[in-house]
Design a protein. Structure first.
Length: 180
């Protein structure tokens, strides 16, 4: 039987058990990386931010109080890393965005790659907090409570962002269907 997150955290805190922390990383890396991938829309950056988040989590694991899920606490660190990175890269991203031409609708590949491009475009229409909450709850598989813990937003606000974001995404895809 696999040890719980709380048991693994206790092993890390008690003696710096790197294998226990490795188990936590293995258990949660897909969720953390998935959330970051959707937030920053760049695989390499998501990998870098995930690595930074895990390094910070290891250094700060004694700060984990056990309230809420470890996954939520970890995603909070990852989200903070994303926000700090976004602030640092905001000017560079704006310049890069002006240089990159948006491909025309006829250049969107068919099949799964095209659907990913459409989803990324649809997500880009949402506000930052809505997009973050939708990504954490759907792409990251987090509960509303875990997303609230990760973002620092009240639970009701997260629920509102998810519902409003989902409705806006649905409307975006319906408009796209009608236009096709």
């Amino acid at each position: 039987m696999d040890p719980s997150d709380a048991e693994l955290v206790a092993l890390v805190i008690a003696g710096g058990d790197k294998r226990a922390f490795g188990s936590l990383v293995t258990r949660h890396q897909n969720a953390v990386r998935g959330v970051l991938m959707r937030l920053c829309r760049n695989t390499a950056m998501a990998d870098d931010l995930a690595q930074d988040a895990f390094i910070k989590a290891y250094a700060r694991i004694a700060d984990y109080s056990g309230r809420g899920s470890f996954k939520g606490w970890l995603c909070r660190i990852a989200y903070t890393e994303f926000l700090m990175s976004a602030r640092k890269r905001k000017a560079a991203d704006a310049a890069l965005g002006r240089l990159q031409a948006e491909p025309g609708e006829d250049h969107v590949p068919a099949g799964p790659a095209g659907m990913r491009v459409d989803l990324d475009r649809a997500l880009a229409t949402l506000g930052e907090e809505e997009r973050t909450c939708v990504i954490m709850c759907y792409a990251g598989g987090m509960s509303h409570s875990e997303a609230a813990e990760a973002t620092g937003l009240p639970l009701g606000t997260v629920k509102s962002h998810v519902n409003r974001g989902r409705a806006r995404l649905q409307a975006w895809f319906e408009r796209k269907e009608v236009a096709a």
